[in-house]
Design a protein. Structure first.
Length: 266
């Protein structure tokens, strides 16, 4: 069985290593895969998006996501079984929601805040070590999700709401969702959302950001334009993105999550 980990812990401290140790101490044969520990601090929506995008490339198993600015409060810890057989473990703050939607919905949910599988004593600030990692390890070892905590109505689970793109007089109004370490900007427009916009491969796209206009090429890859030139492209998850070949689009255009971007063919 596989356990995947996605957190905002970073790599500078001991948090990730300790979670690995807890999992392997309980279930020595489990394979632990780090999806990333580079989610921005407290960025629940970014964690939810990355989990949603990456799970299709992971074996079915137990998937832990910890981006938890409300750790130690009354927010629940939960374990969920999705309709495609995956088990998701993490705080009930929406970080799991986009993933379970992509996995067909929630078949079973339990509150693991006081799970019999948790470590004692439970730290108020490190539930990754004391709740999520040990529960995930026990589930990976074959424990039943229903025995890991108290039943939860899936309808009461917290969800992340994403802004919806819309069309206005030949313009696609999109929103910035994520910015990666290269400064590439992921938008909330998927492959199907481009249909009928007039934006075509190789064509010029006018971008409007905070009243400023920029011209980009709708390209397949970065090298389709010269270094320093702006492009719009479909990223690895088939959603629209903005980049500068060998540059930083987010920094150059002043884009941050939730910023509006207007796109129109030129």
């Amino acid at each position: 069985m596989i356990v995947t980990l996605l957190t905002d812990y970073g790599r500078e401290d001991d948090f990730v290593g300790v979670c690995h140790g807890v999992i392997r101490s309980i279930s020595p044969d489990v394979q632990v895969v780090d999806i990333t520990h580079g989610i921005r601090r407290y960025a629940v929506r970014q964690g939810a998006l990355v989990l949603r995008n990456t799970l299709p490339y992971m074996p079915v198993g137990v998937h832990v996501a910890v981006v938890d600015p409300q750790v130690g409060t009354e927010r629940r810890g939960v374990a969920l079984r999705t309709r495609d057989g995956r088990i998701l473990v993490g705080p009930d703050n929406g970080v799991l929601s986009l993933a379970w939607q992509r996995c067909g919905g929630v078949e079973l949910a339990v509150d693991i805040t006081r799970s019999p599988h948790r470590l004692e004593p439970v730290s108020a600030t490190f539930h990754g070590r004391d709740i999520f990692a040990p529960v995930a390890a026990q589930l990976a070892a074959g424990a039943e999700p229903a025995d890991a905590g108290d039943p939860v109505d899936p309808e009461t689970l917290a969800v992340v709401e994403l802004p919806e793109p819309r069309r206005e007089d030949g313009t696609m109004l999109a929103h910035c969702l994520v910015v990666d370490r290269f400064g590439n900007v992921g938008l909330n427009v998927d492959h199907e959302g481009l249909a009928g916009t007039g934006i075509t491969l190789g064509g010029t796209v006018e971008l409007e950001v905070a009243g400023e206009l920029y011209l980009a090429t709708y390209a397949q890859t970065f090298a389709d334009v010269k270094p320093g030139e702006l492009l719009v492209y479909e990223d690895a998850y088939r959603t629209l993105a903005v980049a500068i070949n060998r540059g930083d689009a987010a920094g150059t255009l002043g884009l941050r999550p939730d910023a509006e971007v207007r796109l129109r063919p030129r």
